[in-house]
Write a protein that binds this ligand. Structure first.
Ligand code: SAH
Ligand code: SF4
Length: 462
């Protein structure tokens, strides 16, 4: 597998400067998971590096990039809707360059559809393209070739790509790319390619740079962080990487996602328990509480394995909490299977459940399975699960009320801008009254009540 270092494409920067004769403007919009958001931050970083200003709106931009998600059909439909809306901008400004990149454009059918139905799109760019973007833009501007640039799957790791991060407090730090797991419903291995780990030294360097720049909450990213290290010369696993990173001095919190239950270990739990810089929270997607469904999903663990790990975690570190992803309506899921999922969620007491209705992705194994449950029945299951979770989180949160936790102040509260919003270790949000100067700092907050999933607290004065 090829590993490259990013270097600024000065030649492209010069061509772009003389072509526009002013500072050109780019707009990048990302859809989907944290990895996609981080890819978008790289696209912006590279564009800025070769002379673009990054705009907050598409209107008036010289280059528009849509960085897309392919995990569910709904995400794709929404992206196509948004791409359709760009036609008006292209009509107003024929010099506008429009690019679609990310997971959707790694599928031939999508590129064909763009060619056929969205002829004003100039580029289809794939999911691993940031470093090549300046050269591609120059090629487009100088040749104005009509054809779309159809991406080739690229599994290269490119280090040191500049990033324009959305926040100055929280940052994503990818430790690996791709996925080899082939869960039967999932498109990710087809669009993101083989699993590949970044070298620990490159991760460490970026991590230290983030801390030096003042970041306080860093999330390590990967589709299955627990298999980090496979194929590397350096002999270390994910827990070793956590230990190595969290040894760097400073006041910060380290999180990660996503853990895969088949590879999550007791060693990882011990590592989290021992280090105060590691958040006592694991996002551990179980998908279903039925072993029959898990096996058909090709998840390679049983409910009993999952519960045993959670039990071990709670014994080792009582304050450790879990969140999860649940997929409802996988082909063949019966009411009994779903009841088992409800039961499992009750038993674990998740702090957060992200629920998804199964979406058929062509090319995956599950797409061949008969799916007889109606969308309505699936939606009804989700509603039941959400209602149960709402009751349960109120119960779980009772254990937090009256207690004081050190939280990172992230900014103004979502609805009431007179309040501030802070995050607990366990990823829960608390709103409280305080001075704006606290943003970016860790402060002790006493939890007073909970409304929906949001806690209300008061700043503890010493
Ligand atoms: N690598 C992570 C998840 C990545 S996708 C893991 O294995 O846990 C994030 C979530 O999207 C998944 O956990 C799953 O619940 C959901 N998802 C993936 N493919 C889906 C599909 N075809 N339909 C509906 N939800 C899906
Ligand atoms: Fe998809 Fe499974 Fe890989 Fe997660 S582990 S990205 S669900 S194939």
């Amino acid at each position: 597998m090829e590993r490259l270092e990013y270097t600024r494409n000065q030649q492209a920067a010069d061509v772009l400067a003389s072509h526009y004769g002013r500072t050109p403007v780019a707009f990048v919009r990302s859809f989907g998971c944290q990895q996609s958001v981080n890819d978008g931050e790289r696209l912006k970083g590279v564009l800025e590096d070769v002379g673009f200003t990054i705009a907050e709106e598409a209107d008036g931009a010289d280059v528009i990039l849509f960085n897309t998600c392919a995990v569910r059909e709904h995400a794709e439909q929404r992206a196509f809707g948004n791409i359709g809306a760009l036609k008006a901008l292209k009509d107003q400004n024929p010099a506008l360059l429009i690019g679609v990149c990310g997971c959707m454009t790694e599928q031939k059918a999508v590129v064909d559809k763009i060619k056929k139905s969205y002829p004003y799109v100039d580029m289809a760019l794939g999911a691993n393209v940031a470093d090549e973007l300046p050269a591609i833009l120059v090629e487009k501007l100088t040749t104005r070739k009509k054809a779309l640039r159809v991406p080739q799957k690229r599994e290269t790791i490119v280090e040191d790509i500049p990033q324009k991060r959305a926040s100055g407090i929280k940052a994503f730090l990818p430790i690996m790319y791709g996925c080899d797991n082939y869960c039967s419903y999932c498109i990710v291995p087809y669009v993101r390619g083989r699993e590949r780990s970044r070298k620990p030294a490159a991760i460490q360097k970026e991590f230290e740079e983030l801390l030096a720049a003042g970041y306080k909450d860093i999330t390590l990213l990967g589709q299955n962080v627990n298999s980090y290290g496979k194929g590397l010369k350096e002999k270390l696993d994910f827990s070793d990487l956590l230990t190595q990173l969290a040894a760097v001095p400073g006041e910060y919190k380290l999180r990660f996602m996503t853990s895969h239950p088949k590879d999550a270990t007791r060693k990882m739990i011990d590592t989290i328990a021992e280090n105060p810089r590691l958040c006592k929270h694991v996002h551990l997607p179980i998908q279903s509480g039925s072993n029959n469904i898990l096996s058909r999903m090709n998840r390679k663990y049983a409910v009993e394995d999952y519960l045993a790990l959670v039990k071990y975690a709670k014994e080792t570190c009582p304050e450790m909490t879990f969140s999860t992803d649940i997929m409802v309506g996988f082909p063949g899921e019966t009411e009994e299977d779903f009841e088992e999922t409800m039961q499992l969620c009750k038993e674990v007491g998740f702090t957060q459940i992200f629920t998804f209705i199964y979406s058929k992705r062509s090319g995956t194994k599950a797409a061949e399975l008969p799916d007889e449950t109606t969308h309505r029945a699936k939606a009804a299951r989700i509603t039941r699960l959400k209602a149960q979770q709402e009751e349960q989180i109120a119960d779980v949160a009772k254990g937090w009320l009256g207690k004081t936790y050190v939280c990172l102040v992230e900014g103004p509260a979502r609805d009431d801008k007179t309040l501030l919003s802070a995050r607990l270790d366990n990823n829960a949000t608390v709103e409280f009254a305080g001075d704006k100067a606290l943003v970016g700092h860790f402060v002790p907050i006493t939890m007073q009540s909970i409304k929906g999933a949001i806690l209300q607290g008061t700043l503890k004065q010493n």
